[in-house]
Every structure is written in C-alpha cells, then in structure tokens.
Design a protein around this ligand. Structure first.
Ligand SMILES: NC(=O)CC[C@H](N)C(=O)O
Length: 350
C-alpha cells in the first residue's frame, strides 16, 4: 500500500505503508542507533515525534516485549529504509508490522532516509505528516507546543518497595522503565504524577529524582513542578536525567533552547572532567550554557562534537543531573557511575 510523507517545506516522499493504517503528524526527528529499536519506540520522550531510523535495516531481529520502556509504542510514527516489518518470531510471536497495528502507530518504508536525514541536518527538525493520500494538510501542527507530559505521566501515586530503606520521590514526567529499575537498586520509590499536590506530601522521602520525558521543558504546564524543585533543592538531594536535567536548570534560573535537530543515538561522546564517555542520547532541547552564569549551577559535562551542555551540578549542594541517558537501553554502559553517585549521595555504600 502506498503511503506518503508530507513535509512542511512542501516536499513529498512516497513509500510503502505498514503498521497502523491511519494518518499521523509530528516533528520529524532521526536516531542513528543501529540497535534497540523496541526500546527506542517505546520511550515516552518520543511522544509527538515521528522517528526516522537513520540505520537502513530495522526490526531485523525479533521483538522481545520484555524490552519495552513503557506499556506501548510512544513515537507518533516511524520512517524506515528497509524494515523487516512482517518478520515474526521471538517470545512474543508478533511481527513488527502487527505490533505497530496493535499500537495504532503508522509507519512508512522504502524512504531514502539518507537524503531525509541530510535535509534535517541542513534545515533543522521539520514538521510532517504520514498520510495515505498525497494531499497536504491545511496546517502543520507544532506538537512540541502540546502538553505532552500529561499524556505520558503516571495517573496515580504508586509505591515501589525495592526493600531499600532510603526513599526517593520519583516524579514521572514520562519515565523509561529502565530508569525506575536502575534507581530501585538504590532506594524504594514513591512514583508520583507530574502534577501531584507537591506541597501537601505527607510521606517521608530522602531525595527527589526527575527522569526523561517529552516536549518542551519550558512548557507552562511544568511550572508548578519547577517551583517545587526550586524550593526543595536547598534542603535535599535533587537528581535528574534528560528532561529532568532541563527542569533542574530552569528551576535554578537557567534557560533551555531548542536544538537545530537534536541528539538521538547511542554513541555520543561526552567530556566530563578529563574523561570521555560514550553515551546514549535522545533530546531536542538543551540547557543554554551561558544562562547558567551567575546561577548556583555549573556545567561539568559537554558533548564533544557540538559543545552541548550534558551535565550540570550545584556549586555547593547535592543537586546534579545529566542530559544523556546513563541507564542506556539502548546504549553503552559507560556512564552507570551516575547511579553510584546517587547511591553515595544518599549515604549508601557502593
Ligand atoms: N529524553 C528526554 O527526556 C527528552 C527531553 C526533552 N523532551 C527534549 O527533547 O530535549
């Protein structure tokens, strides 16, 4: 079945449709990961985004549903060069095509993803539609302006007792399962929605953690959360990953900005101190380094290729966060020391 990718700049790409038969729209972004396709498409940070796999062969190994990073596929759509879409097998017995149908996510294959990625590298992330007809919509919606966190955040408080005495207030702005798993190796978790009644919390907790999540970190719906981080950071450890890192920077008087086309992939080199770590990335926004001047936060890690701020910490207090993904999934384990830092911050032995 023919399907079309329609871009805001007037370009049309024709391909073969697979997955769900409806249409979709979003910001078109690309990942350079060669593996971990299931972990990637189920990461809630991708809400509102149509994902191009820059690596040509995708879904060429079976789905193992245990590797899902949330309960469903979160990308708005998928663009591939050569997806092994009907490949079935593995524990689930479900092929990629069938899985995307069940998850109501449209995909398009046979696209010249190399030229598309080059276009985005030149002009920046672009809005687009995947449609069954070659007909441009009246308007290209800016999905990054939407309150995406409300779509993916947990709806009700949940206690995750991992047998550890220390307790973390884990604010779910769109977490990946692997982050919950990694943190639960250090503490029990009070997992709360992003819009929880933060100033009336009755239970005890020793630290706050804010994970990854979709959309613009400066969105107005996140202001009560930023105010809470601002207030609590003077009295207890606050740590974060990706969206969490951006929210901490904003809370402390810094600014964030939209990147030209973001970082999405699993081999981004980050310099921290005098060491380079190969890290997993998925971000379209970044902390503006200059905006931290005169604040209590300092930059302690940057991306080697473009200087993007990748780690910040408080000059005096135990408040620190990373833009990259130390939990990997998918990605290399170079930066798992981040979880040891959390452990020692909580007074636990490594
Ligand atoms: N993975 C994330 O947490 C992404 C954070 C934010 N939505 C961004 O794109 O930069």
């Amino acid at each position: 079945m023919k399907r079309y990718l329609l871009l805001e700049d007037g370009t049309t790409y024709e391909g073969t449709g697979y997955g769900y038969e409806g249409e979709t729209n979003g910001e078109i972004v690309f990942t350079t990961s060669m593996s971990g396709y299931l972990e990637t498409i189920t990461d809630p940070s991708y809400a509102g985004e149509i994902l191009i796999f820059a690596f040509p062969e995708i879904a060429n190994y079976p789905l193992n549903l245990e590797h899902m990073e949330s309960s469903k596929v979160q990308v708005a759509g998928i663009i591939t060069k050569d997806a092994h879409a009907i490949f079935s097998g593995g524990e689930s017995g479900t092929g990629f095509n069938e899985f995307l149908k069940q998850n109501m996510v449209p995909a398009i294959d046979g696209i010249d993803t190399r030229s598309l990625v080059e276009k985005i590298r030149e002009s920046g992330a672009i809005k687009g539609y995947i449609r069954n007809k070659n007909e441009f919509p009246d308007k290209f919606e800016d999905t990054m302006d939407l309150d995406l966190v409300s779509r993916v955040s947990i709806k009700k408080y949940k206690y995750y007792n991992s047998g550890h005495k220390k307790e973390i207030l884990f604010i779910d702005v769109g977490t990946k399962n692997s982050l919950i798993k990694r943190l639960s190796e250090t503490a029990s978790l009070h997992i709360v929605p992003y819009n929880y009644d933060f100033f009336n919390i009755k239970f005890h907790y020793d630290a706050i953690f804010i994970p990854n999540g979709p959309g613009n970190p400066d969105h107005s719906s996140l202001e009560p959360l930023r105010a809470f981080i601002r207030e609590k950071s003077s009295s207890m450890p606050v740590m974060g990953v990706c969206l969490g890192n951006q929210l901490i920077a904003l809370s402390m008087g810094g600014k964030t900005e939209k990147m030209k086309y973001g970082h999405r992939g699993i081999n981004h080199a980050v310099l921290i101190g005098n060491r380079v770590y190969i890290t997993s990335h998925n971000h379209g926004y970044a902390v503006n380094g200059d905006s931290l001047k005169g604040t209590c936060m300092e930059i302690c890690g940057t991306d080697i290729n473009d200087g993007t701020v990748e780690m910040i910490k408080h000059r005096e207090l135990p408040v620190f966060s990373v833009q990259f993904h130390p939990e990997a999934y998918p990605g290399p384990y170079d930066s798992t020391w981040f979880f040891n830092d959390i452990k020692t911050t909580l007074g636990e032995k490594i």
